[in-house]
Design a protein around this ligand. Structure first.
Ligand code: BEZ
Length: 286
């Protein structure tokens, strides 16, 4: 039986033109390449805002946990600190090298691997994932691999971008790309499913879905250059592709987003607050 905790959807339909990201991805691999230094310096909000997801997992000493899409390993180390035996897996060799260097010999173990073809069989008590599944368009392969990796009775606790995530940013990027004759769908490849879609994916993989919650999570980004840095961090292949045109492109996206995503503070300073939407799930392997 599928039980969804209510309210499972708190998101009003945004009034901007949305690309149907969960369907444009098809099966192509992401063109993303990562700069762990930039990510560490300017994207620490990714793990800082996930403390309550760790609480939801409630790792126990002695449990075996897979951190799927671990990035530079901040939360992997948190789980390890709770006494769990943790494996952090990420597709980016650069991220894994950074995670290993930061964690040291007594930290968790880290492996380079594709979350869409997990090699594990009944090895984990829990699979945890924060801000990673939207980079994996083959969601059914991910869910089946996670189910296989868990022992019977094991749990899957995950949060990632949900339907409507960064809609204003995507609209601004799309318009700026279209003005350049580029196909936005070739660049904006995140998988942002809605509740019904993702619950169906989990159920088809054999999970009992215990919680599926789509919610707005406005995300402040430090600095006047916050949006520009976010674009560089999360769309670096596009920066390479546009070359000398990148600064003009960024200015166009900023102008399009400013009325919606730039907040004025009493001091007169502005700050970017991006329109993140998260999908959080808890599911059990029977
Ligand atoms: C994230 O890592 O949380 C994220 C990345 C790209 C778009 C939206 C969210």
């Amino acid at each position: 039986m599928i039980a969804i905790e209510a309210p499972y959807c708190t998101v009003a339909a945004p009034s901007v033109t949305l690309l149907t990201m969960s369907t444009v991805n098809e099966l192509e691999p992401s063109r993303q390449k990562w700069d762990p230094n930039l990510y560490g310096a300017r994207a620490s909000f990714v793990h800082r805002m996930a403390g309550d997801l760790v609480e939801l997992l409630a790792p126990k000493a002695g449990e075996r946990v897979l951190d799927l899409g671990c990035g530079p390993g901040d939360l992997t180390t948190t789980l390890h600190g709770a006494g769990a035996t943790v494996v952090g897996l990420d597709a980016s060799p650069e991220m894994i090298a950074t995670a290993r260097a930061r964690a040291g010999a007594s930290g968790p173990s880290f492996v380079v691997g594709d979350g869409q073809s997990l090699p594990y069989d009944g090895e984990f008590d829990a699979v945890f994932s924060n801000a990673a599944l939207h980079w994996m368009p083959r969601a059914s392969d991910v869910a089946r691999g996670v189910a296989r990796a868990l022992r019977p009775g094991g749990r899957f606790v995950a949060e990632f971008g949900g339907h409507g995530c960064v809609a204003r940013v995507r609209a601004g990027v799309s318009e700026a790309l279209q003005r350049r004759g580029e196909d936005p769908g070739a660049w904006l490849r995140w998988y942002f499913p809605n509740v019904a879609e993702y619950v169906a994916v989990l159920a088809a993989a054999g999970f009992d879905v215990r919680l599926a919650h789509l919610f707005d999570r406005p995300t402040p980004i430090d600095g006047d250059d916050g949006l520009a840095t976010w674009l560089r961090t999360f769309l670096p292949p596009l920066e390479d592709e546009l070359g000398a045109d990148w600064p003009a492109f960024v200015r166009e996206v900023e102008a399009s987003c400013e009325p919606f995503l730039r907040q004025r503070e009493p001091s007169g300073q502005g700050r970017w607050v991006l329109d993140y939407v998260r999908l959080r799930v808890v599911a059990g392997r029977p």
